[in-house]
Design a protein around this ligand. Sequence first.
Ligand code: ATP
Length: 367
Amino acid sequence: MAGLNLRKINKIYPNGFHAVKDFNLEIEDKEFIIFVGPSGCGKSTTLRMIAGLEEISSGEMYIGDNLVNDVAPKDRDIAMVFQNYALYPHMTVYDNMAFGLKMRKVPKDEIKKRVEEAATILGIEDLLKRKPKQLSGGQRQRVALGRAIVREPKVFLMDEPLSNLDAKLRVQMRAELSKLHQKLQTTIIYVTHDQTEAMTMGTRIVVMKDGIIQQVADPQTIYNQPSNMFVAGFIGSPQMNFLDGQLYEENDELCFKFKNNTVKLPKDKAGVLRKNNQINKEVVLGVRPEDIKNESNTRDKVDFITSKVEVKEQLGSETYLYLDIDSKKLIARVKPTFNPQIGDDVKIYFDMNKIHIFDKETEKAIF
Ligand code: ATP
């Protein structure tokens, strides 16, 4: 078993900077868990504390049932893969992969077996005699992974391992890492600032900001039920649109007014807002770009809003429209068949069953 339990972990650097604050997390055996957040939010610091490369200021860290706060990195049964592969340039791929095992005095034939197995898993059997400089970026990354795999660790730690690869290779390696996780059946903790990597690979995502966990959930829950405006804005591309406005009742309907526009809320959502005492309050409405629809999408009675098209980005499979509604800027993701001209006034509506409402002061999601 190689679950991890991080209990109230804090990191205060010697200069007094509080980089990780009361980090509580249970990671189950065989999970592929992703730490995601903007630069400086404390992801790497947390990973390095798990690896034992950084001292824990307070709190308890368990790997399996063992308290590891004071256990040396080499005795933690974990392997770390970094973004700058750190391969030895003068050694062949085989020797790079074998190096750690040689140092541990693993018998020669066992080393050979493990290196060959890892090479097969990663599809680099033909590269074993080459030196790192004779490899592409993606191949080097595979060797770095191979070096971790041969150690047969209980836990893999990966710190932005794909960030040095070009966009196409990154997409390919994302899929390969997911496959690798299934094959190896081990726990992987993966750090990235890239929300796409987080959404596509993780079984669970930990969203961090300023050293504090904002939300821990599976990708779909993070996307559909973000806990606050930060998570809602960070996950999803283009990002969620936020509109400041006010909730008020009129003829038994709950309305949201922003600028010169009003939209009515569905009954179930209105009920939740009433229960949460949000009536007549200033709130923030969140709507994802794909939930902004154009007129032809419906025959239902909806609240249309007139907007002006300022910019159009045609990506082939979809189009992003940059819209202006009374000087408020929004992005809509529409089908390419909807093709207004720049400067056109278009009638749009929000899919009100998909919208989010946030408390304006706390920025927490009401739904
Ligand atoms: P990135 O994506 O840029 O790598 P991160 O989320 O991994 O960011 P960390 O590297 O964990 O962030 O750093 C968290 C915070 O701690 C940052 O504000 C950083 O400046 C600070 N920090 C990191 N190392 C030290 C140190 N040795 N002394 C003081 N502050 C540090």
